[in-house]
Unconditional design. Structure first.
Lengths: 210, 210
DNA sequence: GATTGACTAGACTAAACAGTCAACTATTCA
DNA sequence: TGAATAGTTGACTGTTTAGTCTAGTCAATC
């Protein structure tokens, strides 16, 4: 009953695009409405505030993009270390595509939004959602590390701690790439990741294709 | 002639504190004035805008804090790998102190500000200053790596590329620490850094005190 | 002790902003 | 067909914001 609309989805996409291309604080509700071609009244029909929209947009991005991608790349049918190196090569090519398309390296919207909102009490809901998404992603890393450990391809370690370190390395290099607007920084990501997790053979595995 | 004032310094400190504790976009000129106990008229007497203030505050922080610290820790009189591990242990303890003092891990203001402003054309001056500061810091890493290479304590590599990777690892873990509000993440930083730069002996060197 | 230059005070303007609301429109199902 | 549901519209309110401007205060110098 009643009519249907994709305005809420348009708003979520517009919000992510704008926040990604600028920043959370620098984007206003009016900006988002304009980009989505939706009027203010409709915005507040679907969302109660900018942070409400951000939380829902993040979850939407996760289920429609991130999860399917990670499920494929981190499939148990793939060798543990290849899961990681394949994903990291994907990050490099994707950022290069983004730069070609938008004229600039944009990095990762989750990290950018997280850095900006995590200390702000009023944006607690956004920070919580971001921490949840980080935790989800770490689980992929962690189980790959655990599997690598079981097959003996990495040195003994605490998989949970290594997953945090790996996430840090990846995000850190992506942040650098964004700030310096340079994707070449990401080229060595697979090799560096294998070093961080203590792979017994580094350069060879990093060079192997998926 | 005329009177002297420390209002501009108070404004710079207030700005850095607020931006660090929240975000660039979330802090207004009024907020900064209030915190510094300076009136609007004085603000615009010293600075032409928020971004002008940010640029000057960053440079002030560099010369009064960052540079002296780095000059000491990266002194040529210290063994190359010890320079790095000492600095990384310092980062860990400093973030722990910040958490104790402010109730929260705050991470690195330069990275937070850089992530937020680098894509925004209107804040180009801030982005440029941040890139300049990153380049300065990388030079300390790079020369330590070069010295380590000369003494044979790390595997053959391109020092410039390794310096970027090292900076990425460090910043990435600090960003994680900020978002997750957890300093334990930083404990393994020395060991991880040695792995990334290809040190021939990792765990021992990381544990060694400066 | 008068002059000059450095700084302060805070009222003011105009624009941007978040959020509200009541009237309106399109779709669906009974 | 028509009532109920789902979504749209844009004008409106009050607040916050950046930035300006004028009148003034204070301290050094001659």
């Amino acid at each position: 009953m009643g009519r249907t609309s994709d305005a809420n989805e348009r708003l979520m996409n517009a919000a992510l695009d704008l926040i990604w291309g600028e920043s959370y604080g620098g984007v206003t509700i009016d900006d988002i409405c304009k980009r989505a071609d939706v009027k203010k009244g409709s915005f507040y029909y679907f969302f109660s505030s900018k942070s409400d929209l951000a939380v829902k947009a993040l979850e939407h991005m996760w289920s429609s993009e991130s999860k399917p991608l990670l499920d494929g790349m981190f499939s148990s049918s793939v060798e543990p270390l290849s899961r990681i190196t394949t994903y990291l090569r994907h990050i490099h090519t994707r950022q290069a595509e983004i730069k070609a398309k938008y004229g600039r390296v944009l990095g990762c919207p989750v990290v950018a939004l997280g850095t900006e909102t995590c200390t702000c009490e009023e944006e607690k809901a956004v920070g919580d959602k971001i921490r949840e998404m980080f935790a989800r992603k770490r689980r992929y890393y962690e189980s790959a590390i655990r599997d690598a450990l079981a097959e003996g391809s990495i040195e003994p370690c605490d998989p949970a701690a290594k997953a945090v370190a790996l996430a840090g390395l990846i995000e850190g290099l992506i942040v650098q790439a964004r700030i310096l607007d340079d994707t070449e920084i990401l080229r060595n990501l697979p090799d560096l990741a294998l070093r961080v997790i203590g792979a017994k053979t580094t350069s060879q595995a990093a060079a192997t294709s998926a």
